[in-house]
Write a protein that binds this ligand. Structure first.
Ligand SMILES: [Zn+2]
Length: 127
């Protein structure tokens, strides 16, 4: 799973953290090359905690309904047309238990090409 951008701040160097798929250690600082428990992460930059996923505007609008059903439910969903990011805002920093399923869901939604390719190769194999 690729790391997703967040606006949580690294407790060591102050740079923004990314998500991981390592149970318990939901955050990684690419600068410090260090993983953090969500409990160690206290601050975020801006009004709310945000997780951002790279996607096109078309994919964003196609998936909007699915985004609204995410757990935990985002307080804010928006598209950043400059950075091509779907932003998901929450009123608090999510725990590792919440973040990992969330980013897995996002990854599944936003990588239809990969899923489609896998489906095609499965079909081909059966023939
Ligand atoms: Zn750091």
């Amino acid at each position: 799973m690729k790391p997703f951008k967040t606006n949580a701040i690294c407790p060591k160097c102050g740079k923004l953290l990314h998500t991981t798929d390592i149970p318990e250690y939901a955050f990684v600082c690419l600068e410090c090359d260090e993983n953090f428990y969500s409990i160690e992460v206290q601050d975020y930059s801006g009004e709310r905690f945000e997780v951002s996923a790279e996607c096109t505007e078309t994919m964003f609008s196609q998936n909007l309904e699915a985004f609204q059903k995410l757990k935990p439910e985002p307080d804010f969903i928006g598209y950043d047309t400059e950075e091509h990011l779907a932003d998901f805002g929450f009123s608090r920093i999510l725990t590792s238990k919440e973040i990992i399923p969330l980013v897995q869901t996002l990854e599944n939604l936003l990588l239809p090409e990969t899923n489609a390719a896998a489906t095609v190769s499965n079909l081909t194999r059966k023939e």
